[in-house]
Design a protein around this ligand. Structure first.
Ligand code: ADP
Ligand code: MG
Length: 362
């Protein structure tokens, strides 16, 4: 196992890139610590697979370096990097049994048959495929094929990192949650560095201790699930994580204060270095309260949806849509209401980036 460092990485698929738009990865500096459970989260096309393929050596980056424990591996082929990669679609040998498929990565490296047996048996138990060990892979369901593919990634003890590229795409929805929690458990047992790529926030947040959020070839934030929820560093993270995502409302900054539709909004703390002009207020629906005749921003309710334990209120205030998640009583569509934003959770964003700081002592 090793610490993996990406330094000044850029990648373009075009032979003569001229502008930033020609780069699938714009500029990445990132360190993956030994033994960590990471998720790489971002919408389709943001560069996740490109990044994984650069780590595994399937792609050589246009610029920058990859270091494993300070050893430069940028030019090393995949076989020399000691990495396991699980792809979106199963990669297994149909003519072999499940046992032989799982054994393959070990036999390929000349491991003794008693080690092979011990590892295959233990991985098969973890994945609950023991009774399939003598089945020919061709006869497996797509779900089970992918499980075996994951097992092939996990069977070696000596890998630097196990990387999963959207591995649950082909898995039935009802099995997804089960495999997801299984993977988390496997990480705790196997203790290898794992990078789990997904565009699904639920998958990322349940698996990872640290989530790396990407947008358009760049890393916008690295943090724990709680950090990403509580203090999105960019409005993109605010939108992308949460359901519904963070409310992002246009505002004017004047003399350090933020004004939404002419009304001052109390921010979590000072917005240092923000010049007067347009900016955005960010507040999660969980921290918006709704009352019929209390204080707050005037709004009218457009829609109320019942989502089981909570109700989601969609209101319009000063021409902007504001979501609120309520536990108890909710107003009705058409009602005139007041919206209050919890001050400690009300943030300022300038050009997309977090611009307010928490007040001292919070
Ligand atoms: P993700 O895995 O996040 O969906 P990818 O890394 O596959 O994103 O793709 C990032 C960008 O690079 C996209 O714009 C995609 O169209 C482009 N891209 C990916 N693979 C290739 C390729 N082999 N040739 C040219 N462009 C590619
Ligand atoms: Mg991909």
């Amino acid at each position: 196992m090793a610490q993996i460092k990406l330094s000044n990485l850029r990648h373009s698929y075009s032979p003569n890139p001229s502008s930033d738009a020609d780069y699938a990865l714009k500029k990445i500096d990132l360190t993956w610590d030994n033994g960590g459970a990471y998720a790489l989260l971002g919408p389709s096309g943001c560069g996740k697979s490109t990044l994984l393929n650069i780590i595994s050596g399937l792609l050589v980056p246009s610029e920058g370096k990859i270091l494993f424990d300070d050893q430069d591996v940028t030019e090393l082929p995949p076989a020399k990097r000691n990495i396991a990669q699980v792809f979106q679609f199963p990669v297994i040998y149909d003519t072999m049994t499940v046992y032989d498929n799982l054994a393959f990565p070990l036999r390929n490296r000349g491991r003794d048959e008693d080690i092979v047996k011990r590892r295959v048996t233990s991985i098969a138990e973890m994945l609950e495929v023991t009774e399939m060990l003598s089945t020919r892979a061709a006869n497996l369901s797509p779900d089970n094929k992918q499980k075996i593919s994951m097992g092939r990634g996990l069977v070696r003890e000596d890998v630097n990192v196990v990387m999963f590229d959207e591995p649950l795409t082909v898995i039935d929805p009802h099995l997804k949650w089960k495999l997801r929690s299984k993977l988390k458990e496997l990480h705790q047992r196997v203790k290898a560095t794992m990078i789990y790529v997904t565009h699904d926030q639920t998958e990322a947040l349940t698996f990872a201790d640290q989530v790396v959020v990407m947008q358009d070839g760049e890393v916008v934030q690295i943090g724990t699930p709680v950090e990403l929820f509580e203090r999105p560093a960019h409005t993109f993270v605010g939108h992308f994580i949460g359901s519904p995502g963070m409310n992002v409302l246009p505002c004017e900054v004047q003399g350090g204060g933020a004004f939404f539709g002419g009304e001052q909004v109390d921010l979590e703390g000072p917005a240092t270095g923000v010049v007067d002009g347009s900016a955005e207020v960010g507040i999660r629906p969980e921290f918006v309260s709704v009352s019929q005749n209390g204080d707050g921003v005037e709004a009218h309710v457009r829609k109320v949806s019942d989502i089981g334990r909570h109700k989601v209120v969609e209101a319009i205030a000063h021409g902007s849509r504001v979501h609120a998640i309520l536990d108890g009583e909710a107003p009705n569509a058409g009602d005139a209401v007041k919206l209050e934003f919890k001050q400690s959770q009300t943030r300022l964003y300038k050009d997309g980036w977090l611009a307010s700081t928490q007040a001292e002592g919070v």
